[in-house]
Design a protein around this ligand. Structure first.
Ligand SMILES: NC(=O)C1=CN([C@@H]2O[C@H](COP(=O)(O)OP(=O)(O)OC[C@H]3O[C@@H](n4cnc5c(N)ncnc54)[C@H](OP(=O)(O)O)[C@@H]3O)[C@@H](O)[C@H]2O)C=CC1
Ligand SMILES: O=C(O)C1=N[C@H](C(=O)O)C[C@H](O)C1
Length: 265
């Protein structure tokens, strides 16, 4: 069982906590918050402060941390987890470049995954979009992202899509309306056809299942910096390799009277 500490218990963190608590592979041990240490249900809560977090980790040891707080938190817990070899899945979407550099540096000593969108659906869309971009670099590309009314910044997901497709952020259109959890659409404009790749996060629990996938995959990885699309590609590659191995395996006769090379396919 993987023991987890959750950093951030806001809109996303609460949904992630509910998914983790229902999954028998994990034990959610505690929550770190920014402003209060009031307990949540039966969960221990700590106010995240750099100078005391190491002692908290020693008293409340975990195998991994999942971060749905804000871009500053990793600067408060990074060295404490580095010293203890604790793996990290951070889902923060708006890291400044220097903080991303710090996270990559943490990857020299621990397993750490950082992705602006942790859903499996978006990371599959990223892989599909990159394939289409490679075979049709001449196509026009536009990106649409839609989120709940109060989301202040352009989605980190949209910026990541623009980055991997090598298109300018000016091709991103952002809409803010109602309670939309997260909608992303990549539109490829060809002369005589249009391809639309669309992903909708219907409920924030989608971020919980993505985080569960990430921390479980990360527990099988070597020390290093990872992204969710790389962890997903790792599983796809393993599956394809397994399929290739199985299909290349010689036919095996279960009937000793029939030579293996004559066994039915
Ligand atoms: N990668 C992905 O797939 C997703 C990423 N996100 C990202 O996750 C982040 C949080 O989103 P959302 O839940 O909507 O935001 P909220 O504002 O609802 O929640 C943020 C939470 O972080 C806590 N927090 C703030 N500072 C600290 C700190 N230093 N240490 C610990 N906790 C802290 C706050 O705790 P308190 O209330 O106690 O101050 C608050 O509860 C955003 O960056 C968002 O972009 C969100 C969804 C999906
Ligand atoms: O703030 C959110 O909620 C989300 N933020 C991420 C982003 O900025 O891309 C991911 C997801 O769309 C939800």
């Amino acid at each position: 069982m993987i023991k987890i500490g959750l950093v951030g218990y806001g809109k996303a963190g609460q949904a992630v906590a509910s998914v983790l608590r229902e999954d028998p592979r994990f034990e959610l041990c505690w929550v770190a918050r920014g402003s209060s240490a009031e307990s949540i249900d039966d969960l221990p809560v700590v106010k995240l402060e750099a100078d005391s977090f190491g002692a908290w980790l020693d008293a409340h040891p975990v195998d991994g941390i999942i971060d749905f707080s804000n871009p500053q938190a990793v600067l408060s817990y990074g060295e404490a987890v580095r010293q203890r070899g604790i793996m990290v899945v951070t889902a923060i979407s708006g890291y400044p470049p220097e903080t991303l550099d710090y996270i990559r540096d943490l990857g020299r000593d621990i397993r750490i995954m950082s992705s602006p969108n942790i859903t499996l659906g978006i990371n599959f869309l990223l892989l599909a979009a990159q394939i289409l971009r490679r075979i049709a670099p001449f196509a026009d590309v536009e990106i649409v992202e839609q989120h709940f009314r109060d989301k202040p910044e352009v989605s980190g997901t949209a910026r990541r899509i623009a980055e991997v497709l090598d298109v300018d952020d000016e091709r991103i259109t952002s809409l803010r309306l109602g309670g939309i959890v997260g909608h992303h659409e990549v539109i490829f404009g060809f002369p005589y056809q249009t391809v639309r790749l669309i992903h909708d996060s219907i409920r924030r629990e989608a971020f919980g299942t993505g985080a569960a996938f990430a921390i479980e995959q990360l527990s099988r990885c070597a020390t290093g910096f990872y992204t969710q699309d790389k962890l997903l590609m790792r599983v796809i590659r393993e599956e394809l390799l397994l399929e290739e191995t199985l299909s290349a395996a010689p036919a095996v006769s279960l009937d000793s009277s029939v030579p293996a090379d004559r066994a039915p396919a």
